[in-house]
Design a protein around this ligand. Sequence first.
Ligand SMILES: C[S@@+](CC[C@H](N)C(=O)[O-])C[C@H]1O[C@@H](n2cnc3c(N)ncnc32)[C@H](O)[C@@H]1O
Length: 447
Amino acid sequence: MPPLATSARGSHLDEHTRGEEALTNFTDDQKVYTTPNGTQLHGDSLELLEGLEDESVDLIVTSPPFALQRKKAYGNEDQEAYVDWLAQFGEAAKRVLKPTGSLVIDIGNAYRKGSPTRALYPYRVLLKFVDELEYHLAEEFFWYNPAKLPSPLEWVNKRRIRVKDAVNTIWWFSKTEWPQADVNKVLLPYSENMERLLKDPEKYYKTTLRPSEHAISKHFGNNNGGSIPPNLLHVPNTESNSNYLRLCRELSIKSHPARFPAKLPEFFIQFLTKPGDVVVDIFSGSNTAGMVAEQLGRKWYSFELSHDYAALSIMRFLPSMPPETAHKLYQKALQETVALPDEARHLSQAALDAAEAGLDIALEEREAANQAWGAAADQTHDSKSFDSSEHAEKTLALAKERRVAAEKEVKKAKQALTTAQAASAALDAFYAPETVVPNGDTSTEVE
Ligand SMILES: C[S@@+](CC[C@H](N)C(=O)[O-])C[C@H]1O[C@@H](n2cnc3c(N)ncnc32)[C@H](O)[C@@H]1O
């Protein structure tokens, strides 16, 4: 059992950690940072999965390193060995899933090395997981990413004998045939035509036979709150405005090279879990899934082999934070567990206090500069002799400069205060109390 958190982390987090104790068994040095709802851990997922109790997890949603031909910065297993490698995680994951739990794996497709023919590992993974690990294939999904670039260059761009590969396969595995799922949580907005029909069904409804000779029933005109989504998920992988990328850019730190868009885990978390349920990402990278789970009021655990990627993912939990402050927390996360939001709030409050003090000083200086300028102006007016008038003019010019400089400082200090206030408000909004899962209770509705 892990030791209880020290009192320095505040009572809220002590309780959180106590709640967590019933469910997990992680050591402090595996924990990179904690939030009200979750914990980012670093290490090999095969080991970290051992820290989770049997049948304690509702959803594992993850994107493993793919067996690509061109190695990414974080390394890949050979295609041959890939299926066996991934199956070990599938086996370990099965133990921790509840009987109603799901394992959602996003797998990128690839060509065989040097050949314009496809590798079959996504399908081999599917067969291995179903035939040998005895998962059920609840449904297959395809993630259509219109922003995907054409590749491999040789077959698609140069020789023009293959089209752009724009989908990833996503296997939705379940432990039993009846995983928890609720389509009502992921309904899409109705089309304009459907909206018109719903407003005035009599006007638009005609009993017609579809080409399949099925009659469209009148129930078609019922308003169910939205349309049922297809298993083709249309999600562009463009994230240029995220807080994570902003901070990486501003700090010139290389961001994780293979993130999935937040909409992807969001879809499965909404579809397959309730507020308060437990969500795990066993290959968490930049912790997109944990960030979404936090905001949707789910408990989460994210596992990442690279300590650096795991620590850097803290940026997702520091909305609108100035880069220097975020950098301090990132550096700390590389050394010891950071407790969020308390430690972020502490730094944010210090920045707010400093900005307020800075504004007070700037306002005082402006007041003093104005007085000095007034005195210098009077002196110029009153000076009788040529010498004294020249001296007074010089004093007035200096006082003017001082006044302009003081005005600039006030502007700067006001701007700094606005930024600090916005950062503090963004933290409050991100860690809104209504999204915090009650301690030690993983089944209470909080939305
Ligand atoms: C495709 S990335 C996941 C990206 C993530 N979905 C995101 O949005 O940022 C796969 C990650 O798995 C990590 N990884 C590889 N082997 C691992 C292992 N044995 N245990 C934990 N993480 C591992 C890699 O370091 C890499 O960051």
